[in-house]
Design a protein around this ligand. Structure first.
Ligand SMILES: *[C@@H]1O[C@H](CO)[C@@H](O)[C@H](O)[C@H]1NC(C)=O
Length: 226
């Protein structure tokens, strides 16, 4: 009995320590990370932290209000890759899984780049990462950076333009991934192709149109070009 009590005591002590370490941790400063809101959880993926591309996943639970000087950061299972300059969307069909698409990826804790996949899926309900086989993937999309993905209500992701991370050449294509079949397509867009660009905003309207505004391109992109 005494032994059992001791075991129980240490079990609770360890739990306390784990709670303290996990729940009181604050993420290091970072930039070029991705984010996604699922239910009441606001997730952050990867980012560049003091010369290292991290695979860390952090979230804030917004179901309770908190003092913004001490945000209640929680960490989740890390990404299979260190991740920056990509884009994220939430699957509208299950309103749960998060897709991270494009971006520059590293083998975690190294300076070696990896392009084993361009799409990583995270299920926050079970903290699980999935890498899917993409049918018909367009290899020029590898390491596509500084673009914004939009997902429609049928689960089709649209990504316009962007660039290979360390090139100055901008793509003028539209890449589409249907997440219900994991099928990739790059249909030709012949009419009214907007100026290729980086760092623009893309917004899905209720009538299914995507509005592209701003960004960096040549010639300079006017805010009058919608
Ligand atoms: C938030 O925390 C700071 C620092 O502890 C404190 O000064 C401030 O009063 C708090 N704000 C609220 C609204 O509790």
């Amino acid at each position: 009995m005494k032994f059992f009590q001791k075991v129980l005591y240490y079990f609770f002590m360890i739990n306390e320590v784990i709670f303290f370490v996990i729940c009181r941790k604050i993420p290091n400063s970072r930039f070029e990370q991705a984010s996604a809101l699922v239910g009441t959880r606001l997730y952050f993926f990867g980012g560049l932290t003091s010369q290292v591309v991290t695979n860390e996943v952090w979230y804030l639970d917004l179901s309770n209000s908190f003092n913004t000087t001490t945000p209640p950061w929680r960490s989740d299972i890390g990404m299979p890759v260190g991740y920056i300059l990509g884009s994220s969307c939430v699957n509208p069909i299950n309103n749960c899984s998060i897709l991270l698409i494009g971006g520059k990826m590293y083998i975690p804790h190294t300076l070696y780049k990896t392009y084993s996949s361009c799409v990583y899926m995270f299920n926050p309900c079970i903290s699980q990462w999935t890498i899917s086989n993409l049918i018909g993937f367009n290899r020029t999309f590898i390491a596509r950076s500084e673009m914004q993905a939009i997902i429609d209500n049928n689960g089709r992701i649209f990504i316009f333009s962007g660039k290979y991370y360390n090139s100055s050449v901008l793509f003028d294509d539209m890449n589409i991934l249907d997440i219900t079949t994991m099928t990739w397509s790059t249909p030709p867009i012949s009419q009214n192709v907007p100026i290729p660009r980086l760092g623009y905003t893309a917004t899905l309207l209720q009538n299914d149109l995507i509005v592209y505004i701003g960004g960096y391109g040549t010639p300079q992109i006017s805010m009058n070009e919608v």
